[in-house]
Design a protein around this ligand. Sequence first.
Ligand SMILES: Cc1cc2nc3c(=O)[nH]c(=O)nc-3n(C[C@H](O)[C@H](O)[C@H](O)COP(=O)(O)OP(=O)(O)OC[C@H]3O[C@@H](n4cnc5c(N)ncnc54)[C@H](O)[C@@H]3O)c2cc1C
Ligand SMILES: *[C@@H]1O[C@H](CO)[C@@H](O)[C@H](O)[C@H]1NC(C)=O
Ligand SMILES: *[C@@H]1O[C@H](CO)[C@@H](O)[C@H](O)[C@H]1NC(C)=O
Ligand SMILES: *[C@@H]1O[C@H](CO)[C@@H](O)[C@H](O)[C@H]1NC(C)=O
Ligand SMILES: *[C@@H]1O[C@H](CO)[C@@H](O)[C@H](O)[C@H]1NC(C)=O
Ligand SMILES: *[C@@H]1O[C@H](CO)[C@@H](O)[C@H](O)[C@H]1NC(C)=O
Ligand SMILES: *[C@@H]1O[C@H](CO)[C@@H](O)[C@H](O)[C@H]1NC(C)=O
Length: 512
Amino acid sequence: MIPTGLAVGLSSLLLCSGTASALVWNTFDGPGSPACHNVSRVHNATSVEDMQSVVKSAIQSKSLVRAAGKGHMWYDTQCSDDSTIIIRTANVAGIYDFSLPEGAPHGSVLVDAGVTFFQLAEYLHDRGASVGYTLTNWNISFGGSVAMGAHRSSIREDSMVAAGVLAMDIIDGKGEIRKVKRNESDDDWLAASTSLGLLGIIARIKLKIYPDSKVYAKQNTFDEKEILEGDIYGMIAPYATANLWWWPYKRKFHQRYYDVVPANFTEQQGFQNTFSVTDLEAFAAKNLLNSGKYLPTSNMLMEAIFFGQWEKPNFREKTTNKAIDKWPVYGWNYDVLIGGLYPDQKAQWDYGLRAYTLELAFPVTMANAVLKRARGLFDEELKRGIIMTSTYRSGINIKFGRHYFDFLGQQTYNTSDGVDWSKGTIMFDFPSYRPSVGDEKRFNEPFYRKVANALIDEFPCRPHWTKNTREAFARSKKHLDPNYLARFKAVRQKFDPNGIYRNVIGEILEMY
Ligand SMILES: Cc1cc2nc3c(=O)[nH]c(=O)nc-3n(C[C@H](O)[C@H](O)[C@H](O)COP(=O)(O)OP(=O)(O)OC[C@H]3O[C@@H](n4cnc5c(N)ncnc54)[C@H](O)[C@@H]3O)c2cc1C
Ligand SMILES: *[C@@H]1O[C@H](CO)[C@@H](O)[C@H](O)[C@H]1NC(C)=O
Ligand SMILES: *[C@@H]1O[C@H](CO)[C@@H](O)[C@H](O)[C@H]1NC(C)=O
Ligand SMILES: *[C@@H]1O[C@H](CO)[C@@H](O)[C@H](O)[C@H]1NC(C)=O
Ligand SMILES: *[C@@H]1O[C@H](CO)[C@@H](O)[C@H](O)[C@H]1NC(C)=O
Ligand SMILES: *[C@@H]1O[C@H](CO)[C@@H](O)[C@H](O)[C@H]1NC(C)=O
Ligand SMILES: *[C@@H]1O[C@H](CO)[C@@H](O)[C@H](O)[C@H]1NC(C)=O
């Protein structure tokens, strides 16, 4: 089995022999899931200065350079197809300059590029602090998540990781450090806030932190029509963080929401698991899902099983490791909002349960119309006698974003399309099982492209920068504000005049 993160380098494949050999750099899914097709070498950086010296030598050899965090991206869009040096940040992971004075509402901490959410959460919890809601799931680096505009789900609170950034140090196209501070009147900041790694390697990040808190998690189940016809904004906006999960075959939704409780309100220490499974579950799911490549009845059964499992809290009591079976669940901020792996289980991809995805953000003012259109696409298949389902453990993930101003973020507003993005966004994140048999295409594969194309062409939208194919980026470019793209490009040219950090997304956005 190919584990995540660390093994991505190991699983590289030698493509050609002779003088110029190229390695394939894989995502966390391992061989068969390329992130970069043409890597000349991988450097395990040991410090910020070490990264700078590798960049300077790359300039000499006229090579392209890209940073690599934990490989938690989905498609071959990390690099360009030209020869690239990868600088791995996992071992550049210092945490320092912690400051949260007694009684202060917030403070700050500095992290190096490779620090993960897990690592920082543990460090902060030990010191009575947290990063609040500017989180992403799982074993993901701060450098990688800030670069790519990653986010949690909230309308009420800031939940873009970049929204929690106060300042950053970027290694530019000359190998020098540039300091960029949060400042909405500064184009350098507005570009750096969601940079796609095109300005350079994010080396250090100063983050806003808060006193640690306890939170609750609650979940409700709805019939589909209650959501499609309902006040979606009103079901999300009141809470610190909230999202929907859609079960299109069952025609149900789950609504999950979280908020703060006083620290002395409960002794419970709930710990969430989003991705871990037992050997038996993994074996059964893989067999059923692989047969679902050919037999829709397997997918229908699987969605019913996943839905049934998702009804119950996916939490354990941290102190005893016993399952928690009643909502609401209480516990410390990070444990409840994210959690991690149960000690006796492994992540689903460690069993070879892999997935494709698509994630697009739409104005939340169009939430009902977007979901109804998606329902219509499922129904069109039904009319042809083809039953489509969700084939992912948590269904179709419907997330939300508070408006947040920068050039390339999914949550930006004040755009020339005249659309009101200021109320926030709804994200349609549609993961689906990737069969490990045959051609690895999904049951009724053309459906997935039909959904992507219809949603992209019919609604204003922005892609998540690591959860879409090259084709989806090219197709959705028409929705980006040309003025913001031009201002981004001007900053890109200043930071990286020779384009050494170029990648396929930058090429699609005509940044070169
Ligand atoms: C299981 C799983 C759960 C996820 N959950 C969420 C979620 O909750 N919300 C969300 O928004 N996204 C989520 N994602 C997507 C994830 O946040 C992004 O793909 C993120 O960019 C991955 O970061 P990484 O550290 O793994 O970086 P990598 O995958 O190694 O790199 C991603 C990109 O960032 C660039 N990069 C990495 N480090 C730096 C740096 N220091 N400076 C400049 N560029 C850099 C790389 O060159 C590459 O283009 C999830 C992905 C997976 C697989
Ligand atoms: C996170 O990644 C590291 C190294 O890549 C790995 O050792 C660790 O087990 C991972 N943690 C989880 C919970 O997957
Ligand atoms: C980088 O470190 C990883 C994990 O320790 C290791 O597997 C890999 O072989 C190293 N790569 C190089 C080029 O040293
Ligand atoms: C890698 O990129 C170089 C140009 O930088 C090109 O000449 C070569 O053909 C590419 N190799 C592969 C395998 O794509
Ligand atoms: C913010 O950026 C603008 C434009 O570059 C600059 O004039 C201003 O001084 C900056 N503000 C701060 C507080 O640095
Ligand atoms: C919790 O603490 C607050 C303030 O310190 C106090 O007013 C309240 O009575 C406490 N509640 C419980 C259940 O102990
Ligand atoms: C939004 O646009 C208006 C008009 O162009 C401008 O005055 C205002 O500063 C913009 N707001 C932001 C946050 O950029």
